[in-house]
Design a protein around this ligand. Structure first.
Ligand SMILES: [Ca+2]
Length: 278
């Protein structure tokens, strides 16, 4: 160990830090941890600045409410806040939807969020749609979170297809969807995703790859819209936190953490060595 020179430590440290910066770079297009809203409970859109959400289709039984995490469901303490997307009674009069404001358009990138899906819901779950607008025909990609599975949705009516992966209910999960609407394959740190496809990452592991787009939007088209919508017969709640949409795919997160850990370890070793020489 003593034979490793200071220069060597510095070289390794720089390498670890630069790999971290490569992981971390990227343009954040949308970001909401729901902690800035006050007082809670508060409905979306909040009217506060910056207003991340522009449209919510709600009624008395279909609500999007920022609440305090009094049960510490997300493990970030009871002062944490999250979004509760709840439907208490189904009727055909309204398909509830929460949509972000239009963001700087991108053809590829990733959507990341933490979610907690309590058991006990019925019907189809919440569908994430993103594209050039907030309707079915303007959705480039669509994936639902429902009763322990992610389901693909495609076609002009955003029709439910097979489940692409599963997750555990009644606990917090991290979902990252890498999407590629460019005309060619996208290589990112975690893999390669073909044109018009998405990769699905759950808690740092890729659980589905090459998942199809809706077929409604041509590849090569830039996307600028995101929403949550629930459709057929859904009654239940889904809790969302730490939503971000980024124009770059920066996963896998664990390697980012590993790079930080490696940098910290090397720095500590270097400082110990310097101290030991004095
Ligand atoms: Ca939060």
């Amino acid at each position: 160990m003593k034979k490793i020179s200071q220069n060597c430590y510095l070289f390794l440290l720089c390498g670890a830090l630069s790999s971290f910066s490569l992981c971390a770079q990227g343009a954040v297009l949308v970001e909401d941890n729901f902690n800035g809203y006050s007082p809670v409970p508060e409905s979306l859109p909040t009217g506060e600045s910056p207003e991340i959400w522009k449209t919510t289709l709600t009624n008395a039984n279909k609500t999007f409410t920022v609440v305090a995490d009094t049960g510490n469901l997300f493990g970030q303490g009871t002062s944490n806040q999250f979004l509760n997307m709840a439907v208490t009674s189904y009727d055909t009069s309204l398909q509830p939807m929460a949509a972000t404001n239009t963001f700087n358009s991108t053809q590829s990138g990733q959507i990341s969020l933490d979610f907690y899906d309590p058991t006990g819901s019925t019907g189809d779950g919440w569908i994430m749609r993103w594209g050039t607008g907030n309707g079915n025909s303007t959705s480039a990609f669509a994936l639902s979170i429902q009763d322990g599975s992610f389901y693909l949705y495609t076609g002009g009516s955003i029709t439910k297809q097979d489940a692409v992966a599963s997750y555990t209910q009644d606990t917090v999960n991290n979902l990252v969807v890498v999407f590629n609407n460019t005309g060619s394959a996208l290589t990112y740190e975690g893999g390669t995703v073909a044109s018009g496809m998405m990769d699905v990452w759950l808690n740092g592991t890729r659980v589905a790859s090459g998942v199809s787009n809706t077929g409604n939007i041509s590849t090569g088209t830039s996307l600028n819209s995101f929403n949550f919508v629930s459709k057929a017969q859904y009654v239940g709640s889904l809790y969302i936190d730490n939503l971000s949409i980024d124009s770059n795919a920066s996963i896998p997160e664990p390697s980012e953490s590993a790079a930080i850990l490696l940098a910290a370890t090397l720095l500590l070793a270097f400082l110990k060595r310097v101290k030991g020489r004095r």
